[in-house]
Design a binder for this molecule. Structure first.
Ligand code: UT7
Length: 329
């Protein structure tokens, strides 16, 4: 495959109406403080899906915004790839519900399960399907309603997550623009460090599961932190090598937004000053698969990315999964 083959022609994002601040969480009776959350994570608030909002509705809103920028109509979409860890239903995929909601009548639609790396994985799937020749216009979504699978009694996790959707329209490359390099890896031996112990087919939901919250996200935070720093560093190195570029060639780094300390460690390893790193974890919390496409859409709309600039994306999440992309805009 000769790169660049696939380029980003439109982005959009959507978030729920309700904002939950750190103080709001403390006021819910959870033993935490705004100071602890800000100091240990950089998070100040997150969006929480409410009545009438769903992964489908947020994804469809983000998709419409991205298609508008791209000048693409829904029936032109060949593929819809949706990365998520919090689908509306376990069967069918949320991607097909988004297809129906936006009227993408010709598309093949499917979800992928790569947790926080979902959008980076999805972009590579889009590029691969385009290389095979069967797809010209692909919608890649990263979207989550994580607050619905959060254990609101567990202060180790409930302060971290937020909801939202980010969408990207991908088309065939022109003028040397598009994905210059891509890298993905997984390590399933560490699956139990960040998971939902029950609620799947192996351990279905029972009254006991609901009572102990084991259908919700459980995480060994410190271990995840260490692996995130190590793997995101690896992913930055590999993406730069693949694109035959140095960190100084990168105009903006958009890392997964889980924790400001992980973002700072990643930037330091990559040798990128924080002025060239996009950060919005303070306003969104960790939105898993949605975090990078939301940040990308914000950065484009704010004029932080201009034509000709080179952007590096790096993600890490449950699985573990990790990966990176270097993209010329
Ligand atoms: O999306 C990709 C996957 N997720 C991540 O990348 C997240 C990775 N992990 C992290 O970001 C961090 O590990 C956390 C933010 C989750 C935790 O920060 P930490 O500095 O690693 O804290 P810790 O887990 O080592 O806990 C330190 C202390 C503990 O108390 P003791 O045992 O020292 O008395 C915790 O019980 O902080 C306590 N603690 C809290 N205190 C107030 C844990 N959560 C809270 C809380 N409020 N919400």
């Amino acid at each position: 495959m000769k790169r660049p083959l696939a380029m980003i022609v439109g982005t959009g994002h959507a978030v729920p109406k309700k904002i939950l601040t750190n103080s709001d969480i403390a006021a819910m009776g959870i033993e935490t403080t705004d100071e602890w959350i800000v100091e240990r994570t950089g998070i100040r608030q997150r969006y929480v899906a409410g009545e009438g909002e769903s992964l489908t509705s947020l994804s469809a809103e983000a998709a419409r915004a991205a298609m508008k920028v791209a000048g693409v109509t829904a029936p032109e979409l060949d593929i819809i790839v949706l990365g998520t860890a919090s689908p509306d239903r376990l069967l069918p995929s949320t991607a097909v519900e988004v297809q129906a909601a936006i009227g993408a009548t010709r598309a093949a639609a499917f979800d992928i399960s790569a947790a926080c790396s979902g959008w980076v994985y999805g972009m590579q799937i889009a590029e691969g399907l385009m290389a095979l020749g069967g797809a010209e216009t692909v919608l890649v979504l990263g979207a989550e309603t994580l607050t619905r699978i959060t254990n609101w009694k567990d202060r180790n996790t409930c302060v971290l997550f937020g909801d939202g959707a980010g969408a990207t329209v991908v088309k065939r490359s022109t003028k040397g623009r598009g994905i210059l390099s891509a890298y993905t890896r997984s390590d399933g031996t560490l699956a139990d460090l960040l998971h939902r112990p029950a609620g799947g087919a192996l351990r279905p939901v029972t009254p006991e599961v609901l009572a102990d919250g084991s259908n919700c996200i459980a995480m060994a935070g410190r271990e995840v932190f260490k692996n995130a720093v190590r793997s995101m560093a690896d992913a930055c190195d590999r993406a730069l090598d693949g694109a035959k570029l140095a960190a100084s060639d990168i105009d903006l780094l958009i890392p997964h937004q889980a924790n400001i300390r992980i973002i700072e460690a990643t930037a330091k390893h990559a040798g990128m000053p924080m002025e060239k790193v996009y950060v919005n974890v303070d306003r969104y919390g960790n939105t898993s698969a949605a975090s990078i496409p939301i940040a990308l859409d914000e950065a484009l709309r704010a004029g932080r990315i201009k034509e000709g600039m080179t952007v590096m994306f790096v993600a890490f999440g449950a699985g573990f999964t990790w990966g990176s992309l270097v993209v010329r805009f």
